[in-house]
Design a protein around this ligand. Structure first.
Ligand SMILES: [Zn+2]
Length: 330
């Protein structure tokens, strides 16, 4: 058993409390390799933002759980070396079983998500309660989920949204004891969040997706005042990145995300954690594709992963400063 405290990590309790009071959200950026981790830490240290390093079960299989633990410990030390000791959370994204959550807690994770949202309500409660009971013994925080997001992310797939039912949230919280709650109000996983026919065109001819269901968010806030809410699937799918990818041989079709103004609005409400994964994937892919196409003789991985890391860092700094509002809050 490795305690996250020995690794220099923190759980999410205090940073969510401050985020709620300060009307901003903590960034949760997914990582599974060194360049992503470096970009996240460099960006968040430079902007003095707390950060959640997020690992999906797919990332855990890809990178190896032991390596990930040492990388997270390394991230804490790296931040100090860069000159600012920001709060760093190591969080399991979409844990689907008690055993996986337990294993992550034993390997030094400071926070876990147990996603029982695809189960019937009673089963979701039972599974979430079991994880909370175990996690709280070690002061590890737990995120639960009510409602189902559409889209695809690693092993999480759903055809349609099931919006969170505000009438269930109080009961779910009291029966499970979770520390934060992921909800479904129209965000979705992946880079194709909306079909073009679901969107309207603005004066410049740009596709505008349907707005998030802020009415549902407000209803939920009324039922559980002060409780930290989480938004998954909150990438904006920057069209300049999609254009670079497609210009240099990519084939992304109808990639549409959540407009950043809507995420800013959400961040100033009870939403205390915003998950961003797809935008990072797009930034890295755009940088690598451009170099492969414009410098075909290059074969040193540092010459394409280095610029990809730089592009990621720029993206994360922008998110922290302009979308989440967490800059200067570490
Ligand atoms: Zn998710």
């Amino acid at each position: 058993m490795v305690s996250y405290k020995e690794l220099g990590l923190v759980n999410s309790r205090d940073i969510f409390k401050k985020a709620f009071e300060g009307k901003y959200a903590i960034p949760a950026f997914n990582f599974n390799n060194m360049e992503q981790m470096q970009a996240i830490i460099q960006a968040c240290v430079e902007k003095k933002s707390p950060v959640i390093l997020q690992v999906s079960s797919g990332a855990r299989k890809y990178a190896n759980q032991t390596l990930l633990r040492y990388m997270a410990q390394g991230a804490v030390e790296y931040a100090k070396e860069l000159g600012y000791n920001i709060p760093v959370v190591l969080h399991l994204d979409h844990g689907d079983t008690f055993e996986l959550c337990k294993s992550c807690i034993e390997m030094g994770f400071s926070s876990v998500m147990i996603d029982g949202s695809h189960h019937p309500y009673e089963k979701n409660i039972e599974l979430t309660r079991q994880v909370v009971e175990y996690a709280h013994k070690y002061d590890v925080t737990v995120e639960g989920e009510l409602g189902v997001l559409a889209g695809i992310e690693d092993e999480v797939v759903a055809e349609h949204h099931t919006y969170t039912e505000p009438d269930q949230v109080e009961d779910f919280l009291s029966k499970t004891g979770v520390d934060s709650l992921a909800i479904s109000i129209g965000t979705s996983h992946g880079a194709n969040k909306f079909k073009p026919e679901q969107c309207t065109r603005n004066a410049e001819g740009i596709l505008v997706p349907p707005p998030l269901r802020f009415d549902i968010l407000e209803e939920i806030e009324k039922r559980i005042p002060g409780f930290p809410i989480v938004l998954h699937g909150a990438s904006s799918v920057p069209q300049d990145l999609v254009a670079i990818i497609n210009k240099y041989g990519g084939a992304l079709k109808d990639a549409i995300g959540i407009p950043e103004e809507q995420l800013r609005k959400a961040a100033s409400s009870a939403v205390c954690k915003i998950n961003i994964d797809s935008d990072g994937r797009l930034a890295m892919t755009a940088a690598v594709r451009e170099i492969f196409a414009t410098q075909p003789a290059e074969f040193d991985p540092r010459k394409y992963l280095g610029p990809a890391r730089e592009s990621l860092k720029k993206l994360y700094m922008h998110k922290v400063e302009n979308v989440l509002g967490s800059a200067g809050k570490a």
